[in-house]
Design a protein around this ligand. Structure first.
Ligand code: AMP
Length: 537
């Protein structure tokens, strides 16, 4: 057997081949062949680097490497003393990039620049090209997270459905590939202290559609406007994770406290929403909750000023066993038997259009965003967005990621204030622009956003900057139009930012087919369906 070729040079060549291979199945074959030629540990890191990841999923926001640090590193490449002549390996590149997150606080930028510049000095031209693509988060070779799941499926001869579930449970695509290669994919289990991606909801437009999708009966809960959390307990210890699998236990002492005395299972994983509340217990705006959840320091001082509370709406694991395959109606009964009622999200079974409408009105009256209607017979699908859970809100919004920003004029000069908004293009990979907006942020938010986007810039133009797709915003709009202006073919009319969604990752933004769906529905709703104008997909 030949020695595995662990060099970063080979990695770069494989990426080049992937880029020039248009066929998806061929890409899967090439990537699988390459990963199989490596040791499982090297294959794990190579898999993450191939999809442009520089840290593990749950540490995503720790190692942001700004454009300015990167360009300083590039400028000083020539000045680094070349001590190493050995070829660079994939695992060295990974551990160097992963190690960058250790540098925080004053002087950390200089340290990062030094480390990066030393790494870049060891690269030849092709390696440097791919390292820069990894660092800018834009691989442009069409190998997405989704395609990597197909690779893992091929490597392990396991069907894609099973691989997808294992990926959701692991939340770590490198580990998934390692397991695919070592035949240990089937052992992936659900257990407390290992966060999993939460189940997600699709958009619904009216109660009849919901009832039809759920076989005539649906469980309707208010849609709390807060931050999704997963609360785990094992051996007396409680941990709280976000939907991006980040551990935020330190920021939410009240949640730890709340579950301590109110849940009668020793071990559990609960799914719910945390919401900042005022002194009367009414929900505060989303940004307040986000500020609490994102808090790193001085939690003790802030917690009493802006308290939060937990709403529990699901159970994924209880007393030694996963509960995800049990129907929601059973999971709800289990919750009612073991969790104090004050902690539980109110829920009611609705069987008619009027019931759903009444539940929606009541939720809105209480200051919630809308309702989520859930199929009582459905199991829990970690990480999956589907019609088993449907959200119904009076105002329609989409989640988009900012990919570029223009400098403002007049009162807004000095700020990056006009944002290019993109959705995920599932068929072609990457993101597709569907509009721009300069509406919805306060002066303070514009200022903060400008600083943030400058850190994320990947190129500069007289008009503004292109940025690494990281910042997710929720936008409202009046209409979706067909538009030749954007490659996506669609444009959001009168888009405005409703919220900055730091709780969502760029992979979670709305997709181009959702935009197409909204476009089509507009015609249905208005009773002027014109088939000749429908997009062909
Ligand atoms: P969206 O963020 O618009 O995709 O809506 C789905 C989100 O609504 C979930 O991820 C939760 O954070 C939140 N949510 C609020 N209340 C509920 C509920 N009762 N059931 C499920 N999700 C809820």
């Amino acid at each position: 057997m030949t020695e595995p070729d662990r060099t970063f040079g080979t990695f770069a060549r494989v990426c080049g081949i992937l880029e020039s291979t248009p066929s998806r199945s061929e890409k899967v074959r090439i990537a699988a062949q390459y990963l199989k030629s490596l040791d499982p540990d090297d294959a794990a890191v190579a898999a993450m680097l191939i999809i442009g990841r520089t840290v593990r999923e749950r540490e995503r926001d720790l190692a942001a490497i700004g454009w300015s640090a990167l360009s300083s590193a590039l400028r000083s490449v020539g000045q680094s003393v070349l001590l190493e002549h050995r070829p660079l390996t994939v695992s060295e590149v990974w551990s160097t990039l992963e190690g960058l997150k250790a540098h925080t606080g004053p002087g950390s930028r200089e340290k990062k620049v030094r480390v990066l510049s030393a790494l870049l000095s060891r690269c030849d031209e092709l390696e440097r090209e791919w390292l820069l693509r990894i660092l800018s988060g834009e691989m442009r070779h069409g190998v997405s997270h989704g395609l990597m799941l197909e690779v893992a499926s091929r490597l392990s001869s396991t069907d894609l459905e099973e691989v997808t579930i294992a990926d959701m449970l692991l939340g770590d695509v490198g580990e998934l590939v390692r397991r695919a290669l070592t035949g240990t994919l089937k052992e992936v289990g659900l257990e407390p202290m290992r966060p999993v991606r939460p189940m997600l909801a699709e958009m619904a437009y009216d109660p009849s559609e919901i009832l039809a999708a759920h076989g005539g009966r649906t469980l309707v809960e208010p849609k709390m406007d807060g931050v999704r959390v997963q609360v785990h307990r094992r051996s007396g210890e409680v941990r709280v994770f976000t939907r991006r699998l980040k551990d935020v236990t330190h920021a939410l002492p009240e949640v730890v406290e709340e579950v301590s005395g109110s849940v009668r299972w020793d071990e559990f994983i609960l799914d719910g929403e945390v919401v900042a509340i005022d002194e009367w217990g009414n929900p505060l705006p989303f940004q307040e909750t986000m500020r609490r959840v994102g808090r790193e320091r001085s939690v003790e001082e802030v917690a009493p000023l802006v308290p939060v509370r937990l709403w529990v709406f699901d159970v994924i694991f209880a007393d030694g066993r996963p509960t995800i395959t049990r129907p929601l109606s059973e999971r709800r009964r289990a919750l009612e038997s073991a969790v104090d009622p004050e902690l539980l999200t109110p829920a009611r079974i609705c069987a008619t259009k009027a019931d759903v409408e009444e539940a929606l009105e009541e939720a809105l009256r209480k200051g919630h965003e809308g309702v989520i209607a859930k199929d009582p017979e459905s199991r829990y699908y970690p990480g999956r967005r589907g019609a088993r859970w449907l959200k119904l809100k009076p105002s329609e919004t989409l989640d988009v990621v900012i990919v570029a920003a223009e400098w403002g004029h007049g009162r807004r000069s000095g700020w990056l204030s006009n944002y290019h908004l993109a959705v995920r293009d599932e068929s072609r990979g990457g993101y597709a622009v569907v509009g721009k907006t300069f509406k919805g942020l306060t002066d303070e938010e514009f200022e903060r956003m400008t600083r943030r986007l400058l850190e994320l810039r990947t190129s500069e133009h007289p008009w503004g900057v292109e940025v690494r797709p990281e910042v997710v915003v929720e936008v409202a709009f009046n209409e979706v139009q067909r538009s030749p202006r954007y490659e996506s073919g669609y444009a959001l009319r009168f888009a405005r930012v409703v919220r900055v969604r730091d709780d969502k990752s760029p992979e979670e933004v709305s997709t181009l087919s959702e935009v197409a769906d909204v476009y089509r529905r507009q015609f249905l709703g208005k009773g002027r369906l014109d088939l000749s104008r429908l997009p062909s997909d």
